[in-house]
Design a protein around this ligand. Structure first.
Ligand SMILES: [Zn+2]
Ligand SMILES: [Zn+2]
Length: 256
């Protein structure tokens, strides 16, 4: 096939299968120029965190909470320094995170990384964001689980984020040495016990950590047990700052 014929064929293929033609959330047909590859309905239904948010973990604050930290952070000290959250976990967020994990569609991680980058750039400004960290580290999952799934979902988000921020992605620094039970259904104390001792720093990477400003990336923030455990291991190894960004978190709920 000559070049002209090849181009013509490619043109036809693109007409038949334009990129990003389905909303990544509901599957509805959209045009490829849509922000975050989502239809208007889905983008309007995502519970974006934008206004008042917790100065510690970043979740959106309940309108009945007069303080600048959420009810959870009022009763729980954290090992991380500061968190950033993109959205409050609801039906649409659940769908996106499910697809990210189980549909093995790399482009969802790409979009969630773009969303995470926009969230932090809106909060800090692009230049401050790039200057605030030495590296981006995805929260690791247990090796066997990663092998079975084929990837670590947090790493897909982190890769897209780091590329946009112009920051180094470090995926080999921290490893998960324990196959922990699923966190679902566990309370905060049980989650902390479950994840305790699950992370280790690779010995040969220790010099990289000393004095480093680190941004951890995860898909979801629940009680913060996992991020605290990862942050405390990094700080014990000499990290000077450990922040995180997660796509979704629970709501700021008034204590019972
Ligand atoms: Zn949609
Ligand atoms: Zn908080």
């Amino acid at each position: 096939m000559n070049g002209a014929a090849y181009k013509a064929l490619n043109g036809i293929l693109e007409l038949l299968y334009p990129p990003n033609i389905y909303c990544i959330c509901c599957g509805k047909i959209i045009d490829s120029s849509r922000t975050y590859s989502m239809c208007n309905d889905c983008i309007g239904s995502i519970r974006w965190v934008g206004g008042r948010n917790c100065t510690k973990c970043g979740k959106g604050l309940n309108e009945n909470n007069p303080k600048d930290i959420c009810f959870d952070c009022s009763g729980q000290a954290h090992s991380f320094d500061r968190g950033f959250i993109c959205s409050e976990y609801g039906v649409h967020e659940k769908t996106l995170l499910y697809e990210l994990k189980y549909a093995s569609e790399g482009y969802i991680g790409e979009t969630l990384g773009e969303i995470a980058y926009d969230r932090m750039a809106a909060e800090l400004g692009e230049e401050t964001l790039a200057a605030s960290y030495d590296m981006v580290i995805p929260v690791p999952i247990y090796k066997l689980r990663e092998q079975r799934r084929g990837f670590n979902q947090a790493e897909l988000i982190a890769k897209s984020f780091a590329k946009r921020a112009g920051l180094n992605l470090e995926r080999e620094i921290i490893i998960r040495t324990k196959a922990t039970a699923a966190m679902k259904g566990l309370d905060a104390a049980e989650r902390r016990a479950n994840i305790s001792g699950a992370f280790e720093i690779r010995a040969r990477k220790l010099p990289l950590i000393k004095g480093a400003k680190i941004l951890l990336v995860d898909d979801i923030y629940t009680t913060g047990a996992t991020l605290d455990e990862a942050a405390s291991v990094l700080k014990a190894a000499g990290a000077s700052k450990v922040d995180f960004i997660a796509f979704a978190s629970g709501a700021d709920i008034l204590p019972a």
